[in-house]
Design a binder for this molecule. Structure first.
Ligand SMILES: C[S@@+](CC[C@H](N)C(=O)[O-])C[C@H]1O[C@@H](n2cnc3c(N)ncnc32)[C@H](O)[C@@H]1O
Length: 293
């Protein structure tokens, strides 16, 4: 793959202004369900980690701030939580809305709210359909937050979005937010094909490219190739590209703490285990507990 192919100035479907929807061309959205696998078999470690911590803290009302096709939201509804799901991509939301329709006979799903909203304008967007709503927990998982690139080179949009997550949390509420181990990816130039979140049964190849600007890694581009031809429903391998801001662990910790005015309790997990138990994790998961007053 040539470098010209990797660093196109603008990919198809990405607007020049407003929220950038990397899923706008529908390619990733179409194959996403195959990539994440069966939602009923959400990886046991993930289900137990998330639902265990939410229950331990008495959380009931959860905002899934990057719901995508709705997989995390459905897992939480099945675990008895009340879920509001938002996402900026209508191509992804289409699949979540379809999933809710398919569950319409299950009373647990009667109160599932699905709406379009973006992190940049989260409190305002939520105010249009649930005025004044605050949540016991907000989740932004599956390496979603790293989709937000740094167009001003000072991370101001990322900082604003983290503050927006804090705003829609009740005092004492929890934010769950993750990123891949970009430190390791930058050093090795590779991304693990298997995700701790998903149960993809098809071979997944991920090509990793790192764009370094003035000595600083600015964008990681992952070219996914999923070979789901064996089930006969599709004849070609599915390919899609996603770009990420390569959050490094230590700077992300600082940015998160500042978004909560350095008053939140900040716990960090590695692949859902205590940090010290995993040497070279694929993901870091941060849990912020907003201060009580
Ligand atoms: C990697 S997908 C993960 C979806 C889901 N959590 C999962 O694990 O399958 C990332 C999601 O973040 C959403 N997203 C990216 N930027 C966003 C923004 N600024 N506001 C709201 N959603 C955004 C994308 O549209 C996409 O659905």
């Amino acid at each position: 793959m040539s470098s010209d192919n990797i660093f196109r100035s603008r990919s198809q479907g990405v607007p020049s202004e407003g929220v950038k929807d990397q899923y706008a061309d529908g390619k990733a959205a179409r194959v996403w369900k195959k990539y994440i696998g069966d939602s009923n078999q959400r990886t046991k470690n993930y289900r137990e980690f998330l639902s265990g911590l939410l229950k331990k803290h008495g959380c009931e009302k959860v905002l899934d701030a990057a719901c995508g096709t709705g997989i995390d939201s459905m897992m939480l509804i099945d675990e008895g939580f009340k879920v509001v799901s938002v996402d900026a991509s209508d191509k992804m939301l289409k699949h979540a809305l379809k999933a809710r329709w398919e569950k319409r006979k299950d009373p647990k799903y009667d109160e599932w709210v699905i709406e379009e909203a973006s992190w940049e304008t989260l409190p305002k967007d939520i105010g249009t359909f649930l005025p004044g709503a605050q949540f016991d927990a907000v989740i932004c998982l599956g390496n979603s937050f790293a989709h937000l690139l740094d167009e001003y080179e000072d991370q101001r949009t990322q900082k604003m979005c983290l503050r927006n997550f804090a705003t829609v949390l009740k005092p004492g509420g929890l934010l769950f937010i993750d990123h891949r181990n970009h430190d390791a990816m930058i050093n090795s130039g590779a991304t693990p094909g298997h995700s701790i979140y998903y149960n993809c049964k098809y071979p997944v190849d991920i090509k990793t490219s790192v764009l370094v600007v003035r000595g600083k890694p600015e964008i990681i581009t992952l070219d996914y190739c999923i070979d789901a031809t064996e089930d006969g429903l599709i004849t070609e391998k599915s390919e899609f590209r996603l770009c990420y801001y390569p959050h490094r662990l230590h700077s992300f910790i600082r940015m998160l703490d500042e978004a909560f005015d350095n008053r939140a309790k900040h716990s960090i997990y590695a692949d859902f285990k205590p940090l010290e138990q995993v040497d070279n994790p694929a993901y870091y998961i941060h849990v912020m507990q907003k201060a009580l007053d």
